[in-house]
Write a new protein. Structure first.
Length: 121
């Protein structure tokens, strides 16, 4: 999205409660926003191919920095389904092609960012 490169992450974080107890690295809200900004164009492009009206709605909401609950749920579902980097190498498991490299940590960052925006994901 144009003009989003200078976003500082704002107050989109939830402040966190310390995390999941699993020792995973807690990503600062600004980095969560960076992950979201990297993945949203791929999500919008894929949505455009399958449902142009939904893509237009989602793009408008994204540009206004005001995702509806439905759009937030669509993004959360998409990023969960598109995790492409599972830590497997070619000998250990399948290589999943996708529109962008999406790790489980990226998925978690998107989900945390959406929750920080007030969405139940």
């Amino acid at each position: 999205m144009s003009g989003m490169d200078d976003v500082d992450g704002g107050d989109g974080g939830d402040g966190g409660d310390g995390g999941d107890g699993g020792g995973s690295r807690r990503v600062p809200p600004s980095e969560e926003r960076d992950v979201v900004e990297r993945l949203v164009p791929a999500w919008l492009a894929e949505t455009e191919r399958h449902d142009p009206a939904a893509a237009r709605r989602a793009r408008t909401e994204w540009e206004r920095d005001s995702l509806s609950a439905r759009t937030a749920e669509d993004l959360a579902t998409w990023v969960t389904a598109r995790v492409t980097d599972t830590g497997f190498n070619e000998d250990e498991g399948p290589h999943v092609d996708g529109p962008a490299r999406i790790t489980p940590a990226d998925k978690d960052a998107v989900h945390r960012w959406l929750a920080g925006q007030g969405h139940g994901v």
